[in-house]
Structures are given as structure tokens and as C-alpha cells.
Design a protein around this ligand. Structure first.
Ligand SMILES: Nc1ncnc2c1ncn2[C@@H]1O[C@H](COP(=O)(O)OP(=O)(O)OP(=O)(O)O)[C@@H](O)[C@H]1O
Ligand SMILES: [Mg+2]
Length: 323
């Protein structure tokens, strides 16, 4: 069973809405489910008509469903504080201010934003023993997925650092104690410890994402969203992660055959163009289209959720597989 399910896709395609519908289905199928949202706009709160914060809270009216909302800005700040604190123990006081400035600059890039959230996702995955399924309403992409290759790199840093430290301990002790045997190990080195922790964190994430996670891409039948999904799919496949399929959302319904007038003409034309794009999606992506959801008019929040829960059928297998 996939314990961790991610819904990726371009801004506004419907990730939060679809992830929420999927979360409701999972809970309905008897899985203790946690929905994790990253929307600064509190969309999950809108979907369920209930506020959430960064602690899991039961969703009213849905047995077995809890939700939490992570605030990306707060995660970036927290990430920055952690790194500053770790660095200030390890560098001389004279350069702490300069290092702090560099860390702040590095955290103003979009990649840092995503990386900070990814760190938090890893914490959530680590602390999710109470849940059979955790649904994320966004998915790591490009640069963040490349962090999964970091353990090998970090291991070689750790090894080299250990070797350098050993050499300098040797020299230091030789100078201090003449001919007696020098110590050959360094214990409690804060830099080695930090690198080793980071290595283990990304190792854990890589293992869990490869063995227990499923990714779905949400897209709309428009060219930009299709292009973005193509990139996201390539990134996920490069990282050897399992993409369950594509959810095409906000597809225009067709007007009745006899309908005439400007509105019907517009809708007919739009429907025709979107169906052509849907055909292209079927033909060009090597992953299946697992759901096609219509654009609903005049509904949002809880009503939209109710409509989509019945329409979405991605399956929520309940048979636990050995982990
Ligand atoms: N099938 C649908 N029919 C009608 N409206 C929809 C549908 N799916 C989503 N919406 C609406 O589209 C808007 C964007 O949806 P949602 O917030 O789920 O997208 P998102 O991909 O999570 O956005 P973001 O990238 O900003 O987080 C919302 O107002 C939502 O109610
Ligand atoms: Mg969203």
C-alpha cells in the first residue's frame, strides 16, 4: 500500500481540491488519513470550511480524516534559523555575521522555499506512525528531487573530513606527546555529526519515497499545464519514483446537441479544443490518465469537494503490504 500520496502540478490546476477529495475517499475506505497542505492561501480551510494549522487536527464531519496546513514562509524562516544555529557553533565569531547574511540570501531563492518545505515533509513522514495514509497537496520537483542524490555526496564529504581531522589530530598529538601512540579517532565533531544527520535524513526520504510513495500529476487541458506536467513527470521518473498517473481537472462539459447561441458555441468550441488536448495527453504521456474531472460552475469549497469525491476514482487499496 502507498502510505504517502503526492499530488503535483502547476499553480491553480486543482491540487488542493483533488488531494482533499482523495483524502476524504481514503478515510471513507477505513484508512486513518492525514492531509498535508502547503497553501499560503489556506485553501484546505476553504475546502472544509474549517481552519487548520501546522498540527494535525481532526476534520469535522469526516471520520478518520485529519488535516494540517504548513506555512511555506514560516518553514523557510525555521529552516534558516536552524542552519544559522548549526553554523554559529561551528565557525569563528568573527565571521558569524557574514555567514548569516549569506544564509539569508540563499533562502530568498525559490529553490530554498521548496527545499525548506521538503525538509518539513520528511519530518511529517517520520512522525506519521498514527496514520495509514498521508496525502500531500503538492509534490517535490526538479532541484528538490535532486536532493535525494545527496547522501552519496555527503558520505564522501564526511569520509574526507574524517580523514583530514584524523591527520590533524595525529599531528597535534604527536607534537604534544612525543613518541606515545596518538589517538586516531575524532569523536563528537559537530560538522561530521551535522553532515551525517543530513545524510541520514535524505537517505530516509529517498528510501520511503521509492518504496512507499505514489505520485499523481494534476493538470488542466491547456498547453502550459501539459508542458509543466511533462517536466514534472520527467523529474519524477529521473528520480525513479512511481507516478500513478495523471488527473485531468477542469475539463469543460459539452453543451447539449441542440443548444444554440453564443454561450453554446463558445462551450462547444472550447470542449472540442480540450478534447483534442486530452487525446494528446493520452497519446504523449506514458502514464495513464486515471481521472478526468469536469469544470463545475457555481460551486466551490465543501460543495465542490462533495461533487469531486464521487467523480474521482484513483483507488485507495486497503491491503497493507509489508514495509
Ligand atoms: N473541477 C473543478 N471545477 C470547478 N472549480 C474547480 C475545480 N477544481 C478546482 N477548482 C477551483 O480552482 C481553484 C484552484 O483550485 P486548487 O486550490 O485546488 O488548486 P491548486 O493547484 O491547489 O492551487 P495552488 O497552486 O494555488 O495551490 C479553486 O478556486 C477551486 O475551487
Ligand atoms: Mg493548493
Amino acid at each position: 500500500m502507498d502510505r504517502f500520496v503526492f499530488f503535483g502540478g502547476k499553480g491553480g490546476v486543482g491540487k488542493t481540491t483533488v488531494a482533499s477529495a482523495y483524502g476524504v475517499q481514503s478515510a471513507r475506505d477505513g484508512l486513518e488519513t492525514l492531509l498535508v497542505s502547503t497553501d499560503p492561501a489556506h485553501s484546505t480551510a476553504d475546502v472544509f470550511g474549517q481552519p487548520f494549522d501546522d498540527d494535525p487536527t481532526p476534520v469535522e464531519g469526516y471520520d478518520g480524516l485529519s488535516a494540517m496546513e504548513l506555512d511555506p514562509e514560516a518553514e523557510v524562516d525555521r529552516h534558516m534559523r536552524d542552519i544559522k544555529a548549526a553554523m554559529s557553533d561551528q565557525v569563528s565569531p568573527a565571521i558569524v555575521n557574514e555567514i548569516d547574511r549569506q544564509i539569508e540570501l540563499a533562502h530568498r531563492t525559490p529553490g530554498a522555499y521548496e527545499a525548506a518545505l521538503f525538509d518539513r515533509f520528511i519530518d511529517v513522514m517520520r512522525e506519521s506512525d498514527d496514520y495509514d495514509r498521508v496525502v500531500f497537496d503538492t509534490s517535490p520537483t526538479g532541484g528538490t528531487l535532486r536532493l535525494l542524490a545527496l547522501p552519496d555526496l555527503l558520505q564522501s564529504w564526511v569520509d574526507r573530513l574524517r580523514e583530514k581531522r584524523r591527520e590533524s589530530v595525529d599531528l597535534f598529538e604527536k607534537a604534544a606527546i612525543g613518541d606515545s601512540d596518538p589517538r586516531t579517532t575524532m569523536t563528537g565533531d559537530p560538522i561530521v555529526q551535522r553532515l551525517t544527520e543530513r545524510k541520514e535524513t535524505f537517505e530516509f526520504a529517498g528510501r520511503v519515497l521509492a518504496e512507499q510513495a505514489q505520485f499523481f500529476l494534476v493538470l488542466n487541458p491547456d498547453d502550459l499545464s501539459i508542458a509543466e506536467s511533462r517536466r514534472a513527470l520527467d523529474d519524477l521518473e529521473d528520480a525513479d519514483l512511481s507516478v500513478g498517473g495523471l488527473v485531468v481537472n477542469k475539463v469543460a462539459p459539452a453543451p447539449e446537441a441542440g443548444e444554440r447561441g453564443t454561450g453554446a458555441t463558445y462551450l462547444r468550441e472550447r470542449h472540442r479544443a480540450e478534447q483534442a488536448r486530452l487525446d494528446r495527453i493520452h497519446a504523449e504521456f506514458d502514464r495513464p490518465v486515471v481521472a478526468v474531472l469536469e469544470q463545475r460552475a457555481g460551486v466551490d469549497g465543501t460543495d465542490l469537494l462533495a461533487a469531486l469525491v464521487d467523480e474521482l476514482d484513483l483507488g485507495t487499496p486497503v491491503d497493507p503490504s509489508p514495509t
